[in-house]
Design a protein around this ligand. Sequence first.
Ligand code: GDP
Length: 334
Amino acid sequence: MKRKERLSESAYIQGVLSGDRVVLSRAITLVESTLPADQELAEAVVSGILSHTGNSIRIGITGVPGVGKSTFIETFGKIVVDKGLKLAVLAIDPSSQKTGGSILGDKTRMETLAADKRAYIRPSPTGSTLGGVSARTREAMLLCEAAGFDVIFIETVGVGQSEIAVRGMVDFFLLLMLAGAGDELQGIKKGIIEICDALVINKADGDNLPMAKRAQREYANALHLFPIRESGWLPKVKICSAVEKTGLVEIWEMISEYRDLTKANGFYDANRAEQRGNWMHEHIGYLLKNQFYQDSLIQEKLKKNLPAVKSGALSAIAIAKELVELFMEGKAKK
Ligand code: GDP
C-alpha cells in the first residue's frame, strides 16, 4: 500500500475537534493504516484528542445477517437524531478480510441515515487480526467522540469473537433477534446472552407479531435465571419492527434508563475505567506481537521451523518458547 498524502498532526487534531467530517474520515483512514509511519502519526493524533473523548453513549448492536440490523439502525438512528443528538455509526464487517468484498459495503445500506447531516456512517476499519479490528474500532470511536458525536453505534455481524471485543468498548450491548428462528440458527451462544443488556426481537409485525410476543415472554423468563449483573441491570427483552417503526422509542428509553441507573450506581464510570485499563493491556500485547513478527531473525526461524511444527515433528509449545526467548535475548543485546 502506498502512503497517501497525510495532514500534519495538528491539522488532524484541530480538524477532528472542530467536527470537520472530511478530516474525521481521513483521521480514521490514518488509524486504519498498517504503515509504521502512519501508526506513529495516528498514535499522536489519538493521544491529542483523548481528553475530548468520553462524552457519548456507546452502543453495540449485533445480530446475524438478515435479522434487520441495517433497517433497524436506519430507523432507530432517525429517532436518535430527531432528539437533536448527533449519531456516528461504525460497522465492523469481518467478512471483508477474507473475501476482499464486504457485505456491509453495500451502498444501499442505511441510505436515508447516510444522507442525514446529523449522522455519520463509516464501515469500520478491518484488520488482519481481531486485535487489530478492536484497536482500530476503538480509535475510530474516540475520534468520532472528539468530533462531537453524542451517540455511537458499533455494529457487528454474526455472533462471535468480534462481539466480545465490542462489548469491551461499549456501554450498552444490544442483540437483535428473530422470533422462532431457533437459537442455533441465530448463532446465539449462552455467552453472548450473558454479555447483552437487551435482547430485541425484530420483525415483530404482521403475522409475526404473536410469535414475537411469545418469544419475548420466553426470553424474559430465561433471563431471570442468569445471575444479577455487576451493573445492577436486569437485561430486558423488547420487541420492535424496524420496518413499521414500532417499539423503537421504547428501546431508546430503555437505553436512557440503563444510563441513568448505571451512572447513579457508579457502574457506568467503573466500567469505562476498566475498559481503559484493558485497552492498555490489549495495546501492550499488540505492540509486542508486532515487534516480534517484524524481527528478521524471528521471521527466518519461523519460516524454518513452521513446517516441522505443522507436521508434528517439532513441538509447537517448545518452538514458541524458543522463539520468544530468542527475541528477548536479541532485545537485551540491543
Ligand atoms: P441485516 O443483514 O441484519 O443488516 O438485515 P437488513 O436490515 O438488510 O434486513 C434484512 C431483510 O429483513 C430486509 O429484506 C428487510 O427489509 C427485512 N426487515 C428488516 N427489518 C424488518 C422488520 O422489522 N420487519 C419486517 N417484516 N422485515 C424487516
